[in-house]
Design a binder for this molecule. Structure first.
Ligand code: CUA
Length: 210
């Protein structure tokens, strides 16, 4: 992504400098051509050249798009299902590990709580681990979205969508549903708790036993 950004910025800078030079030189030159009314030659050139330039941006962009879509050897899978109006989670790699995750209502919120963002049951995940995310819905369209992880997947009834991510630090990662799904669309937040692998295994065994 960084290389593609630099590559594209270089092209943008070249275009800006070229066009800027041409525009500014129009203010100062005194050359005129009374007979230049149309010119097929220059029009072919200034149509073809930008088209070729765009290809040099489009091809690496598409390559990146499909490379990023690839799920590379995930260690665990987390499945989430959107409901009206909460998320449920299933850790299919472990026996008997599934739960619902509701927003904490305002009247039950602690004074230092995260208003409209925190949930009663957070989805715990190990840090520095490639994670496969499966997303679906039980009733209507929802969208499982966590901006800080760069994840936004539509939850569609009858479809199983897939994405993957790796969290490189511990902490809480907040998200919200981002598909208008009904009256309480604003009140079905997502919380991922990123922890050390050891802590995650402890959590899994505690949850499975319960
Ligand atoms: Cu679920 Cu909006």
């Amino acid at each position: 992504l960084t290389f593609f950004h630099d590559h594209t910025m270089l092209i943008v800078i070249m275009i800006t400098v070229l066009v800027g030079y041409m525009m500014s030189s129009l203010f100062f030159n005194t050359y005129t051509n009374r007979y230049l009314l149309e010119s097929q030659g220059i029009e072919v050139i200034w149509t073809i050249l930008p088209a070729i330039t765009l290809i040099f941006i489009a091809l690496p962009s598409l390559r990146l798009l499909y490379l990023l879509d690839e799920v590379s050897d995930p260690a665990i899978t987390l499945k989430t299902i959107g409901h009206q109006w909460y998320w449920s989670y299933e850790y299919s790699d472990f026996i008997n590990l599934e739960f619902d995750s509701y927003m904490i209502p305002l009247n039950e919120l602690e004074t230092d709580g995260f208003r409209l963002l925190d949930v009663d049951n957070r989805a715990v995940l190990p840090m520095n681990t490639q994670i496969r995310m499966l997303v679906s819905a039980a009733d209507v369209l929802h969208s499982w979205t966590i901006p800080a992880l760069g994840v936004k997947v539509d939850a569609t009834p009858g479809r199983l969508n897939q994405t993957s991510f790796l969290i490189n630090r511990p902490g809480l990662f907040f998200g919200q549903c981002s598909e208008i799904c009904g009256a309480n669309h604003s009140f079905m937040p997502i919380v991922i708790e990123s922890v050390k692998t050891k802590t995650f295994i402890k959590w899994v065994s505690a949850m499975s036993a319960a």
